[in-house]
Write a protein that binds this ligand. Structure first.
Ligand SMILES: [Zn+2]
Length: 147
């Protein structure tokens, strides 16, 4: 899809910037960005251009704490889960979400760069706004087997 590479670059840049700010703030002992309103808003403009419909919804998901990182205790392997509309979707931030929108709009029709869950996961990770849950590896395997 035209613009896909650019969209990926913009998102990567935004995430890097958010992570760098977090690190700086941590070193200075200042409140972490992500803790106050407006930090994500400043990044909304470039995101809106590339992710139109998804950006607002993705930010809502991040703000509401819908993104969860599930880490396997022994292996350290991780998957993300995003809650939305009574469903839980499994997300691999680089390339996959288990929702229908990802399947239809991204994979099949190629009309979107990524779904709101994937975008939310990338942003939540960059701003450390995902809840991390450590589970036995067998539990993580069960989550993945449901895909
Ligand atoms: Zn999705």
């Amino acid at each position: 899809m035209p613009g896909e590479e650019l969209a990926g670059l913009v998102l990567a840049r935004v995430c890097e910037d958010l992570a760098a700010r977090r690190q700086r703030a941590g070193e200075e002992g200042a409140p972490l960005p992500g803790g106050g309103p407006g930090v994500l808003d400043a990044h909304l403009a470039p995101l809106l251009v590339f992710f139109e419909k998804q950006a607002d919804k993705a930010l809502d998901l991040v703000e509401s704490g819908a993104v969860k990182k599930v880490v396997g205790e022994g292996s350290g392997r991780a998957a993300f889960q995003v809650e939305g509309h009574g469903e839980t979707y499994v997300v691999f931030p680089d390339h996959f979400c288990s929702c229908m929108s990802f399947y239809f709009d991204v994979v099949t029709k190629k009309e979107a760069h990524m779904c709101k869950h994937l975008l939310a996961t990338r942003l939540a990770e960059a701003t450390a706004r995902c809840t991390t849950v450590v589970v036995p590896d067998t539990h993580l395997a069960e989550i993945l087997m449901e895909l």
